[in-house]
Design a protein around this ligand. Structure first.
Ligand SMILES: NC(=O)c1ccc[n+]([C@@H]2O[C@H](COP(=O)([O-])OP(=O)(O)OC[C@H]3O[C@@H](n4cnc5c(N)ncnc54)[C@H](OP(=O)(O)O)[C@@H]3O)[C@@H](O)[C@H]2O)c1
Length: 318
């Protein structure tokens, strides 16, 4: 089969498109023919050698959508069934989705019902699931002012679209470091755009809920921007910092404000189908903003890293 392999850490050129043996099915694992997969910011970190547990060579890719090609669980995962998979060591502990076929543990292959085309379905597993999980943790209520920090990211755009689908009256503001993206952000569903400059929000407004995808670098500034009873969900690490130094909860979390998070490795099967149902019933446009093919994964990484991207980047596998 064809796959994209990282032999050693490096820039986008470290992603090598090549012929490799198709994995052989083993007990408890089934073979998925990959139809498409999303490209994620975390895979940029892994490719660059910033995921210490990942040993190279490795086929990256923490998510994919496709069909069962060979099964060891014909009752739940019959051949030809549409499935999605994400996380669980995929593309890190074992080879992942950047390939024509992926051998995956049965317990993390999720059969789904969906009429979406492959490239749309591929936007969902990691990105929309994370957005959905984080919004659930934010306990959105009618008319909330929601701020999405890292608004132009795949997860950020997904969260804006889902929040609007859940309740049109939620006022959704997105941040970017580049206000030149404002018009496109509004086309993607944001009501307003705020500049994020040197990790400080350029606004005097307060928000009921903040989805902070920049992460530990900006948590303190986000907490300081919350309205009373507001919640921050720190769910990303776009700022490239993984922990808050000298975290002092009493001083950092203002009174009657709350801090939470979401981790997509906690995959709830019912949530995935609920999410697909919302997307189909509310006609949420989940189409990726850019689609590449399997020979172009290096270009997809370069694009995500360029700072030009808005929304989800997907690779279609023919
Ligand atoms: N908790 C979880 O389980 C989970 C699951 C999935 C993803 N995530 C996280 O969610 C975040 C978004 O992921 P993604 O794949 O959707 O991202 P993405 O599409 O690659 O995000 C690209 C955007 O990130 C912004 N950005 C890049 N570097 C930045 C920096 N140093 N400071 C501030 N903004 C920066 C840029 O926005 P501007 O140039 O417009 O400012 C860029 O448009 C990531 O941190 C990812 O790790 C978490």
């Amino acid at each position: 089969m064809k796959a994209v392999v990282v032999e050693q850490a490096g820039g986008p050129e470290a992603l090598v498109y090549k012929e490799v043996p198709t994995p052989k099915v083993k007990p408890g694992w089934s073979l998925v023919q990959v139809k498409a997969f999303g490209v994620n910011h975390s895979e940029i970190f892994t490719r660059a050698g910033q995921s210490p547990s990942v040993k190279f060579p490795r086929i990256l890719g923490i998510e994919c959508v496709g069909v069962i090609a060979e099964t060891t669980d014909p009752d739940n995962l019959p051949e030809g069934k549409t499935v999605i998979s994400l996380m669980g060591g995929m593309g890190r502990d074992f080879d992942g989705g950047y390939a024509e076929y992926a051998l995956l543990p049965n317990e993390q292959i999720i059969p789904v019902h969906s009429n979406l085309k492959w490239t749309d379905l591929a936007s969902i597993p990691e990105t929309y699931y994370t957005a959905y999980g984080a919004l659930t943790g934010l306990r959105l209520s009618q008319g909330d002012a929601l701020l999405i920090r890292g608004g132009t990211s795949g997860v950020g755009v997904a969260a804006a679209k889902l929040a609007k689908a859940i309740d049109r009256d939620i006022h959704v503001t997105g941040t970017t470091r580049d206000l030149g993206k404002s018009d496109l952000m509004k086309q993607k569903g944001f009501d307003d755009v705020v500049e994020d400059k040197d990790d400080k929000l350029q606004t005097k407004l307060q928000y009921d809920k903040i989805l902070d995808l920049i992460g530990p670098k900006t948590i303190e500034n986000s907490l300081a921007t919350l309205a009373v009873n507001g919640i921050v969900s720190s769910t990303g690490e776009l700022g490239g910092i993984w922990s808050v130094k000298d975290f002092d909860p009493i001083m950092m979390i203002p009174n009657n404000r709350y801090l939470t998070s979401f981790e997509s490795g906690d995959v709830k099967l019912t949530w995935i189908q609920d999410l697909l149902n919302i997307i189909e019933e509310k006609h949420v446009d989940v189409s990726p903003s850019k689609i590449y093919d399997l020979t172009q994964v290096d270009l997809a990484h370069a694009y995500l890293e360029s700072g030009q991207s808005i929304g989800k980047v997907v690779v279609e596998v023919n």
